[in-house]
Design a protein around this ligand. Structure first.
Ligand SMILES: Cc1cc2nc3c(=O)[nH]c(=O)nc-3n(C[C@H](O)[C@H](O)[C@H](O)COP(=O)(O)OP(=O)(O)OC[C@H]3O[C@@H](n4cnc5c(N)ncnc54)[C@H](O)[C@@H]3O)c2cc1C
Length: 429
């Protein structure tokens, strides 16, 4: 390789995977450069501050029980604000509230009433969830695989006889988590996520979700080059060259830590076939006091046999995360799925549905922000293919949630695995 001396490792992308990878490599004493196309770190985990409100680019939650979060994130420094560990579901006849009695004792009377109404589906749901009944969630997928082959969540719930109101509650809740309401997502992935919900309470950092990548980026200093997109990539047995607007960056190893579709563009569809993605639109409103009853900030879903709108969930976010709104004001989010054949619903449609689910009037709501995220999550069909191969050549590694599970956990683990692989490749020269 001619020209300026190459760095050890160039990381392309400063989302959670790229940041975790880079900080481990820096910690190991390697010479690292991180190229990020955007003007800030975070990738799909970004926040905005608008007129005293904090909104994330698409409603999302940090589950402190994710093993990767426990291991690599200083959650105490994030000032986590937990959402209630439960859900409010609109049924054909009324609304039920069900919450984990260990964590939400205040909701116990409502939970008991809700549980009575959902009782008929409980034995079947318990059969479906049997792999969850273990103290240690590690190896959950392996254990689940030993008892039943992975298939679509729809088939798994059907085969276990989960029907009626409880089925619709599960379907509605999980659709908002995996951003898929067709039931085509992997049953084992749904089990993994359900276990994470049982183990920890999804939360929002005081400063918004962006505080998470900001924390991971601390310590990278001048190694982090923002507003520097990788335009093209060449790699061979001795190293890689990343073309940028500012000239080439040479490295002994390059780690492509972008989303799946962007990685396929950079390294070529033949080396990395394009992953299918799921999309979501989140609308955020400022709601004056008296226009919505905030309650504890439960996630509301529409579990009726004929939902009256497009939302997968809505919540008075500021009731659980007061830092997201100025004192005395409320911040409401509502999310709906996007897809190739599904246009984003307009503001009025989303507001009507959110107001109905929250039992509010829907007047006086003012838009704070709206985020349409087409490539929010890689699709995760059965059989679940996590821990996918990341080394694509002697000087090329890829990472990101598309190589693991579609989650913050998956992105962090994938970044960790990429750091180990890149160290091995550099060490092998
Ligand atoms: C709306 C929404 C809700 C979500 N909800 C949850 C949730 O509740 N819980 C959960 O666990 N997960 C959730 N997720 C998923 C989670 O956010 C992602 O899995 C994770 O952030 C992916 O991180 P990543 O590093 O793999 O990729 P990304 O975050 O996509 O990072 C890739 C980075 O690469 C950069 N890049 C791309 N191309 C180039 C280029 N050519 N040159 C340089 N840089 C480039 C991008 O700008 C970006 O910064 C949600 C995601 C969204 C969008």
């Amino acid at each position: 390789m001619s020209g300026p001396a190459p760095v050890d490792i160039a990381v392309v992308g400063a989302g959670l995977a790229g940041l975790q990878c880079a900080r481990e490599l820096v910690g190991a004493g390697l010479d690292v450069v991180v190229l990020e196309a955007a003007e800030a770190v975070g990738g799909r985990v970004r926040s905005e501050h608008v007129d005293g409100y904090t909104v994330d680019r698409g409603f999302q939650l940090l589950n402190p029980s994710y093993p990767a979060v426990r291991r690599w994130v200083d959650t105490a420094a994030l000032g986590l604000q937990p959402l209630p560990a439960g859900v409010a579901a609109r049924l054909d006849r009324g609304t039920v509230r069900v919450a984990d009695p260990r964590r939400e004792p205040g909701l116990l009377p409502a939970t008991l009433r809700g549980a009575l109404r959902l009782l008929r589906g409980a034995p079947a749901a318990a059969r479906w969830g049997r792999p969850l009944l273990t103290r240690d969630h590690r190896g959950l997928v392996r254990r689940a695989a030993a008892t039943r082959a992975d298939r679509s969540l729809r088939d798994a719930l059907d085969d276990h006889g989960v029907r009626g109101d409880l089925r619709r509650v599960l379907d509605a809740f999980l659709a908002g988590v995996v951003l898929d309401d067709t039931g085509g997502t992997s049953d084992h992935f749904a089990l993994l996520l359900t276990r994470a919900f049982l183990d920890g309470t999804p939360s929002l950092p005081r400063g918004g979700m962006q505080a998470l990548p900001d924390q991971l980026a601390r310590g990278l200093g001048a190694r982090l080059r923002l507003g520097r997109a990788a335009l093209a990539l060449r790699h061979d047995d001795v190293g890689a060259t990343v073309e940028t607007d500012d000239g080439p960056v040479r490295a002994r190893v390059v780690v492509v830590a972008t989303s799946g579709p962007a990685a396929s563009c950079l390294v070529g569809d033949a080396a990395l076939p394009t992953t299918r993605t799921r999309g979501v639109v989140t609308h955020w409103w400022a709601v004056p006091p008296g226009q919505v009853s905030p309650g504890p900030g439960l996630l509301h879903v529409d579990a009726r046999s004929r939902p009256t709108g497009p939302l997968v969930n809505t919540a008075v976010v500021s009731a659980a995360a007061p830092s997201y709104a100025p004192a005395g004001r409320h911040l409401v989010q509502a999310s709906a799925l996007l897809g190739e054949d599904r246009a984003a619903p307009d503001e009025a449609t989303m507001r009507r549905h959110a107001a109905e689910l929250l039992g509010a009037g829907g007047t006086g709501w003012e838009t704070v922000a709206r985020h349409e995220v087409r490539d929010a999550l890689p699709a995760q069909p059965a059989p679940l293919a996590h821990r996918q191969e990341q080394v694509l050549g002697p000087s090329l590694v890829v990472c990101g949630d598309h190589r693991d599970t579609a989650s913050l956990q998956g992105a962090l683990v994938s970044g960790h695995r990429a750091a180990s692989a890149a160290r091995r490749l550099v060490g092998a020269r």
